[in-house]
Ligand binder design. Structure first.
Ligand SMILES: *[C@@H]1O[C@H](CO)[C@@H](O)[C@H](O)[C@H]1NC(C)=O
Ligand SMILES: *[C@@H]1O[C@H](CO)[C@@H](O)[C@H](O)[C@H]1NC(C)=O
Ligand SMILES: *[C@@H]1O[C@H](CO)[C@@H](O)[C@H](O)[C@H]1NC(C)=O
Ligand SMILES: *[C@@H]1O[C@H](CO)[C@@H](O)[C@H](O)[C@H]1NC(C)=O
Ligand SMILES: *[C@@H]1O[C@H](CO)[C@@H](O)[C@H](O)[C@H]1NC(C)=O
Ligand SMILES: *[C@@H]1O[C@H](CO)[C@@H](O)[C@H](O)[C@H]1NC(C)=O
Ligand SMILES: *[C@@H]1O[C@H](CO)[C@@H](O)[C@H](O)[C@H]1NC(C)=O
Ligand SMILES: *[C@@H]1O[C@H](CO)[C@@H](O)[C@H](O)[C@H]1NC(C)=O
Ligand SMILES: *[C@@H]1O[C@H](CO)[C@@H](O)[C@H](O)[C@H]1NC(C)=O
Ligand SMILES: *[C@@H]1O[C@H](CO)[C@@H](O)[C@H](O)[C@H]1NC(C)=O
Length: 565
């Protein structure tokens, strides 16, 4: 780990004052062993909770983060370096079987192992979901607080829509009426636009465009092709560590952050008859010794869609029979823990292009990269100032698609897409091997948004997913055949054209989309399934909430599932 011994390095020294050094590396450096709230995981969600709770000076909060923190690490700071973070020391490096349909290929599931969690290593794409999605959460939980209309005030409270770092005129590239301008998390548009991205926008403005231009992808109806929005501030990545734990918040004397603290379990309060959990067990030396810290009010589990169910299961919270068979003492029988994990499958579809722009060669040419970094360091502009997407698009299968004769539409409603098409220039810092060593290329990757495959990463285990991704590949082929791309697109890297060939191509190339949800799902109070109530409190227990993407159950009741496992 590159983390320097002293908590906040020299750049921050001018700000040091009593009670400021809220980030420590050793448990002995904490002022106490008991806090009102203990947040497990300083990630995308955990840092928001820690920030909001410590607005009240009477409440003290400890955040336990397994990874480290180096504010000056360019790999987290430079948006265009996101491609380097996967498989690096900033990544938990989970691996998973992608499923029978992929011939049991193993795939990696990157998750952030650093303060800021996956928001510190992601592609920074800002997507709110559709109004239908939120209304379905409200329906599923019986709590109207989750509806699109109810959630708007929080979406705006979170967001500070800012100018991109090149200060170009952004009028006509987003809808200001649907954004917030006073929040903590910065959202912006791309600063550097590749030729390819201009062609993508042009294609959406054709009179007969299959996927027409949409002013703003985040207004509740995401169908269309738009300029992408990203969590970037002044050309630097904005993660929960740089936003919700920005300097002014780290100064709060009631906020404490312990790094390199790997949480293993939460513990039941002794002599308690109400299934209260108050202890948090963790290790700082790979299990040689364990520490316990108590939460007098609540434990907030924010370990992410893999980490959170993992901690709950280790704590004996899960299917009692399964845990007992594994030799884990059951503390609370909740069979849904760790079930219903759902991820999007993405097919990276590479095309060779005719370009002489050296900025299309970044991943192959070190000197180009150096020039780009120089520009970024100078004034935070250039290709490295952008995240994964400059443009993006969402679309639905047509209502008369043959699949709907046998399968109920798994989308949340007519405002919700089945497929996201992701446009990536070659300038993403992927290692050359990852893209078959081609030099001039783009990626146009269909991504299923409404997967119906179940059981871990059992990608493509449902007929619907196979159909939708096949249609996604065909839509990519149709789009790149339109006039704006003539002379630019040279060659597809697959010759697949028939349904069978496309299906084969999808099976061979699909990978995890890295947007997992559902493994500690919320459901109605009193439901016979689910892990948390709509207020995110652990069912059947006191003193614990789960707050992260694992609570999002995106599936419908009664959906048709073809089980293959
Ligand atoms: C992930 O893999 C990289 C490369 O092998 C390694 O350096 C890093 O330590 C791994 N991450 C963790 C959390 O072990
Ligand atoms: C940033 O610097 C580059 C040269 O490296 C220059 O072309 C560009 O205009 C500058 N942008 C801004 C917004 O200052
Ligand atoms: C930005 O563009 C819009 C529409 O193209 C135009 O009306 C407006 O005057 C421009 N603003 C500036 C500051 O140039
Ligand atoms: C939003 O971001 C802008 C640009 O950095 C900054 O000037 C402004 O203070 C921010 N607003 C809030 C409420 O933080
Ligand atoms: C934490 O709580 C347990 C009882 O649940 C108690 O035994 C232990 O002493 C407490 N630790 C501290 C540091 O207060
Ligand atoms: C999975 O989610 C569905 C709701 O979409 C629910 O009916 C089912 O009980 C869940 N399964 C488990 C094991 O929790
Ligand atoms: C669906 O409807 C469109 C026109 O509304 C038609 O062109 C297309 O052939 C139909 N597709 C199927 C599979 O029936
Ligand atoms: C890419 O290049 C590396 C190193 O030269 C080589 O080992 C690998 O087989 C190549 N991969 C492809 C798909 O050509
Ligand atoms: C590549 O682009 C150049 C310049 O835009 C053009 O003259 C040339 O015909 C293109 N090549 C192909 C094979 O389309
Ligand atoms: C596609 O087919 C052509 C002609 O048969 C062949 O030269 C080319 O290598 C094939 N490309 C791929 C990616 O299979």
């Amino acid at each position: 780990m590159q983390f320097r011994t002293l908590v906040l390095v020299s750049a921050l020294l001018p700000f040091l004052s009593t009670g400021y050094a809220s980030i420590v590396e050793h448990v002995d450096d904490l002022p106490t062993q008991e806090f009102d709230f203990v947040v497990i995981g300083g990630g995308t969600a955990g840092n928001v909770i820690a920030n909001r709770l410590t607005e009240n000076p009477a409440v003290n909060v400890l955040v336990l983060e397994a990874g480290g923190f180096d504010e000056n690490d360019l790999n987290t700071k430079v948006p265009g370096f996101f491609g380097r973070d996967m498989g690096s020391p900033l990544d938990w490096n989970f691996t998973a079987n992608l499923g029978l349909a992929t011939d049991n290929r193993m795939g990696t599931v990157a998750r952030g192992f650093v303060l800021g969690g996956s928001s510190a290593i992601s592609g920074m794409v800002y997507t709110r979901g559709s109004s239908d999605d939120w209304d379905r959460y409200a329906d599923l939980t019986g709590d109207s607080g989750w509806s699109w209309d109810s959630i708007q005030q929080y979406i705006k409270k979170n967001e500070n829509f800012t100018q991109p770092s090149d200060f170009h005129n952004i009028s006509g590239q987003f809808d200001p009426t649907v954004h917030g301008f006073d929040g903590i998390s910065s959202v912006t548009l791309a600063s550097y636009v590749h030729k390819f991205d201009n062609l993508v926008i042009q294609s959406s403005l054709l009179r007969d465009a299959e996927i027409p231009f949409k002013l703003d992808p985040n207004d509740g109806n995401n169908i269309g092709l738009s300029w992408g929005q990203a969590t970037i501030l002044n050309g630097e990545r904005s993660s929960s560590a740089t936003s919700y734990l920005a300097l002014q918040f780290r100064k709060r004397s009631n906020l404490h952050i312990l790094l390199h603290a790997h949480v293993t379990r939460i513990l039941r309060t002794e002599d308690d008859h109400e299934t209260t959990f108050s202890g948090v067990e963790f290790t700082q030396d790979a299990g040689a010794t364990f520490q316990v810290i108590n939460a007098t009010k609540e434990i907030i589990v924010s370990g992410g869609a893999i980490g959170s169910p993992n901690i709950l299961l280790n704590s004996g919270i899960g299917d009692a029979e399964t845990l007992t068979n594994l030799g884990i003492l059951s503390t609370l029988d909740l069979p849904s823990v760790g079930q219903n994990y759902t991820d999007q499958g993405i097919v990276d579809y590479i095309w060779i292009v005719n370009s002489t722009d050296p900025n299309d060669f970044l991943s192959q040419d070190e000197s180009v990269r150096e020039g780009q970094l120089e520009q970024w360091e100078q004034n935070k502009t250039g290709p490295l100032a952008d995240g994964a997407l400059v443009t993006g698009c969402f679309f639905r299968l047509p209502d008369n698609a043959s699949i709907f004769e046998t399968v109920e539409d798994p989308s949340a409603g007519p405002n919700s897409a089945h497929i996201e098409m992701v446009f990536t220039s070659s300038n993403v810092g992927f290692p050359p091997e990852a893209v078959g060593n081609v030099t001039n290329f783009i990626l146009v990757s269909p991504n299923i948004l409404t997967p119906t495959s179940l059981i871990n990463l059992n990608l493509l285990s449902s007929e619907f997913d196979v159909f939708a991704l096949r249609e996604g590949v065909k839509a990519v082929q149709r789009l790149l055949a339109t006039t704006p791309f003539q002379g630019f697109i040279l060659q597809s890297t697959t010759n697949a054209t028939t349904d069978e060939e496309i299906d084969q191509f999808v099976r061979e190339t699909i990978i995890a989309g890295l947007h997992p949800v559902g493994s500690a799902a919320m459901s109605q109070k009193g439901a016979d399934w689910g892990v948390v109530d709509p207020d995110l409190k652990l069912k059947g227990a006191r003193g614990v909430r789960v707050v992260d993407a694992s609570v999002l159950a995106r599936r419908l009741f009664g959906i048709f599932l073809e089980s293959e496992n």
